[in-house]
Design a protein around this ligand. Structure first.
Ligand SMILES: Cc1cc2nc3c(=O)[nH]c(=O)nc-3n(C[C@H](O)[C@H](O)[C@H](O)COP(=O)(O)OP(=O)(O)OC[C@H]3O[C@@H](n4cnc5c(N)ncnc54)[C@H](O)[C@@H]3O)c2cc1C
Length: 129
């Protein structure tokens, strides 16, 4: 599955937003959410720069978005490997399959792991500032 992140998400006065900056595996429903979060931050930064002359939001735009993007890239990849990594018939494939099953089992046996999963899935840790 194709994934990429353009770093930094700015070049001079050009600001990349959403899928133009990052493509994420279709696990966890994060693509649109990341795009909306980028647009929200950039809109606020542009208003602050144009209305108040405060360019700090524009300077902070790329690092703030990249932090969230990599957080969700990692989650989506981890999730995809857990539910789709069936492995092949090789010894290594069987080993990977067992790892994926252990990850899945942990979500049902460990309340802490389940809570962390729910938090990432729902995106409740995201603060838009
Ligand atoms: C099948 C599928 C299911 C998905 N499901 C989910 C989900 O459940 N949850 C989730 O969060 N994300 C989901 N996504 C991801 C989500 O759709 C994208 O991450 C999101 O739409 C990105 O928004 P964007 O505005 O960056 O780009 P886009 O939505 O692609 O918008 C770009 C727009 O620019 C237009 N455009 C392109 N070139 C030009 C041009 N030269 N001139 C003028 N206009 C142009 C395009 O027509 C398009 O309207 C899914 C994606 C796919 C393909």
């Amino acid at each position: 599955m194709r994934s990429f992140v353009a770093e930094p998400m700015t070049y001079g006065k050009m600001f990349l937003v959403g899928d133009a900056a990052h493509i994420i595996t279709p696990m966890g429903a994060k693509g649109m959410n990341l795009a909306v979060a980028d647009a929200y931050l950039l809109a606020r930064a542009i208003v602050a720069a144009e209305r108040d002359g405060d360019v700090s939001g524009l300077a902070a735009y790329s690092p703030a978005c990249l932090r969230r993007t990599w957080d969700y890239q990692e989650f989506s990849r981890w999730y995809a490997e857990m539910v789709h990594e069936a492995g092949d018939d090789s010894q290594a494939g069987a080993f990977r399959r067992k790892l994926a099953l252990a990850r899945l089992d942990r979500l049902f046996s460990s309340p802490a792991a389940a809570a962390a999963f729910a938090d990432l899935m729902a995106g409740t840790e995201v603060t838009l500032g």
